[in-house]
Every structure is written in structure tokens, then in C-alpha cells.
Design a protein around this ligand. Structure first.
Ligand code: GLA
Length: 398
């Protein structure tokens, strides 16, 4: 059976969708935020993400066929039917997240049978809160439980990232998948993307909350520019390695060493790497500040991260800059920055809770006046990573 899209129009309820009473597996797979440490993961640096309380929900059952599978997204009203024997790249990115995961499982010799899966999502697409990692990791975790594949959490993270690299074509790092799977409620993760060592830091924001402002733009250059940034850093690193044999990753590069190679590097290569070195330092400094509850100083580092992303790494856009600049005038906002890959999506703001309602109304009006776009305010709390519940007696999730 070739891969076939059924349609976008016919709404299917859960009860209509499942054709068997086989026991279900229920999985909740969260989106993520990142407090600081952007574009550092694939450069073997540090990041500070966590899962959030907004998720994708999966219900999955065996369907008693050897290889026929069906996945239905209630959110998009979209159904994908495919055969496990014919897993090929699709022209649809959404399908490739799914097919990429199946492909990675099969590459690892994991035996699947026909299944049906019903998906609901609370995660906005293109908002930079990683609905894609939530989809990949949630599906991998669902299949892991349903077919008893014995994958560890780390393997789920790795194969989900590989699915995105190999099938979707985004050369993303490991941050999103790691945060979606490994997070602990009310904590942030200080993740060393070189060693994959993680420290869980209590998310003690005192009177502050995390407010995301969705710019509702998602510029089309985002994907290609992302891969270009990665290449610029890698080619810059290579030039440095030609001079300094002992350098293995950007983690071995100091500011002095970078400067000593300045004349061999293009301006872009120099600026990209300079940003990465500075951002890594900021993440470590931010960790100490969070531990000692110095939230104002922590917030200043968030602003500096934004300026670096805007001026040196060049992945911001006028809409995100506007939102960050608007927050700078408010003393009840300690920090604000673009979040995720860039060129659209959300800003992340550390804001005193008491001011969220008034500020949200004010920024919404100002943003609409400037760009004629209605932004969206999303308050999030650090949540638990992927949750898996199995068996016929488990009640349906949300
Ligand atoms: C995307 C990628 C991540 C990371 C961020 C930028 O979200 O999926 O791996 O590189 O961009 O920090």
C-alpha cells in the first residue's frame, strides 16, 4: 500500500477511529522552553531548557494487521495511512516526523506490527516550542511501550533527533528531544551537549512567571538558515583546527584563541563562533545566578543572549526584536529573548506575575499596531518529560 493522505476534512472521533478494543497506550509528550543557551546544542555547548505543561496526547493500539498503520491528528484533522514495509520520505514535513521515527526504529532492528494512533495537540506549530520533538518523542515512546521495544529514554531522544536529521532534513541538535523526554517537573536542565551530563536546577522564579509571546510569524528562511548557521560554525571550527590540532570542538576554543584565527575566518564565521563562546559563558553564569536567586542579573543575561542572536548569529527578525525591545522599558520584566531556532516563533519573558495581565494587553495592542498581527500570550510552567501510561484500564488522557 503506498503512502496515502486520506483528507483534511472528515472529522473522526476517537471511538470512530479505533476499530478494535485492544488495550491502548497513552502518552503525554510536552513541548519545551529554553531559558538560555540558543544555537549552542549542535556546537557541543550548554543549554538550559525544560519541558512545559503544554503537550501532545497520544492514544495508540495494535490493529491486528501485520503492517497497516493509521495515524490521525485531531488538531489538523489529518489522517496518514502507511505500510510498515514501505517507509519513504514524504513531501509533507508533518508526515516525515512520523515516518522518520518509524524508519529509525526499523533501522535499529525493532519489530513493529500494524497500529492505529490518535493524536491531539495543545502545542502551536512554528512557535519555537518544539511541537516537532514532542511529536517524534511521543510517537517513539508510544511504540516503545506498545511493542515492548526496550528502548531507554536516551535511545528515544537519540532516534527522535535522528528522525529529524535524516527524514525531515533539519540538522537540529539534541536539546528539544532531550528536554521533551528527560525533564523533571519544576526544574530546569543544565545540559552539557558534549558529554550529555545534566544537572536539574529548581525553577525558583519567586514572584516571576514565564510568559511566552508568540509573534505568530514563522519566516520561510528559518530551516535553510538554521542549517547554514550550523555549517558556518563547522567550517569555522575546521579553520581553527588547522591551526590548533588539540581543538576538537568549539568547547576547546577560548576567546583569545578565536582572535588569533580572526584573519583566516570570514566575518560571519568569526561572529557566529564569538556568539557561541559568549553564550556558553552566559549559560553557566545564569545557572549560578538562578541557584542564588539573583533573578534580575539572570534576566540581564537573557537580554544579552538576544542581542547576540540578533547581531552576531543573525537569527532574529524585526517582529521578535520589537517584542524584546518593548519589554526592555518595563522594570517588572527581568529578561526577554527570542527562543528556539529564530526567524519567528516566541519570545520568552521572565516577568513578575502581578503584571502579566496588564502587560499582555499592552504589548498585544502595540504589536498589532506595528505589524497588523495579533500575537498570542502563553504562560507556561516547567513540567515533567514524556509520560507513558499503558493497559486497557487506564483512563483516556485529555
Ligand atoms: C531548534 C533546534 C534545537 C536548537 C534550537 C536553537 O529548536 O531543534 O536543536 O538548536 O533550535 O537553540
Amino acid at each position: 500500500m503506498p503512502i496515502k493522505n486520506i483528507n483534511f476534512t472528515e472529522k473522526i472521533s476517537i471511538d470512530e477511529f479505533f476499530k478494535t478494543d485492544n488495550p491502548g497506550v497513552f502518552v503525554e509528550s510536552p513541548g519545551r522552553i529554553n531559558l538560555i543557551g540558543e544555537h549552542t546544542d549542535y556546537n557541543h555547548g550548554f543549554v538550559m531548557p525544560t519541558a512545559i505543561d503544554k503537550k501532545i496526547y497520544f492514544e495508540i493500539r495494535k490493529n491486528d494487521t501485520p503492517t497497516a498503520c493509521s495515524i490521525y491528528s485531531e488538531t489538523f484533522n489529518y489522517r496518514l495511512n502507511f505500510d510498515l514495509k514501505i517507509i519513504e520520505k514524504s513531501s509533507s514535513t508533518w508526515e516525515n516526523y512520523i515516518l522518520g521515527v518509524i524508519n529509525e526504529l526499523q533501522k535499529r532492528g525493532k519489530k513493529l506490527e500494524g497500529f492505529d494512533c490518535y493524536i491531539k495537540s495543545e502545542l502551536p506549530i512554528g512557535a519555537g516550542i518544539s511541537s516537532s520533538a514532542a511529536l517524534e518523542c511521543g510517537l517513539a515512546a508510544s511504540l516503545n511501550k506498545l511493542f515492548e521495544l526496550n528502548l531507554s529514554k536516551q535511545e528515544i531522544v537519540n532516534l527522535s533527533q535522528a528522525a529529524e536529521n535524516n527524514f525531515v532534513g533539519s540538522q537540529c541538535g539534541i536539546m528539544d528531544q532531550y528536554a521533551s523526554v528527560m525533564s523533571k517537573k519544576d526544574h530546569l536542565i543544565l545540559l552539557d551537549c558534549l558529554s550529555l551530563e545534566a544537572e536539574f536546577i529548581p525553577a525558583n522564579f519567586k514572584s516571576c512567571k514565564i510568559l511566552l509571546i508568540n509573534s505568530k510569524v514563522s519566516h520561510s528562511i528559518a530551516d535553510s538558515e538554521y542549517n547554514t548557521r550550523r555549517k558556518e560554525c563547522e567550517s569555522g571550527l575546521k579553520i581553527i583546527q588547522d591551526q590548533y590540532e588539540e581543538v576538537q570542538t568549539l568547547r576547546d576554543v577560548t576567546l583569545e584563541l578565536l582572535d588569533s584565527c580572526k584573519s583566516q575566518l570570514s566575518e560571519k564565521q568569526y561572529n557566529r563562533i564569538l556568539y557561541v563562546l559568549q553564550e556558553n559563558k552566559r549559560v553557566l553564569a545564569a545557572t549560578d545566578l538562578l541557584k542564588s536567586s539573583e533573578l534580575h542579573a539572570f534576566g540581564k543575561l537573557m537580554y544579552q543572549s538576544h542581542y547576540g542572536l540578533r547581531d552576531l548569529y543573525e537569527v532574529s527578525c524585526k517582529e521578535l526584536d520589537f517584542l524584546v525591545e518593548f519589554s526592555e522599558e518595563k522594570d517588572f520584566i527581568y529578561g526577554s529573548r527570542m527562543m528556539g531556532g529564530g526567524f519567528g516563533g516566541c519570545t520568552i519573558n521572565l516577568i513578575e506575575e502581578a503584571h502579566i495581565a496588564d502587560f499582555s494587553a499592552e504589548v498585544k495592542v502595540a504589536y498589532q499596531k506595528e505589524f497588523n498581527i495579533i500575537s498570542e500570550m502563553i504562560t507556561v510552567v516547567p513540567g515533567e518529560g514524556t509520560l507513558v501510561k499503558g493497559g486497557a484500564l487506564v483512563k483516556r488522557g485529555k
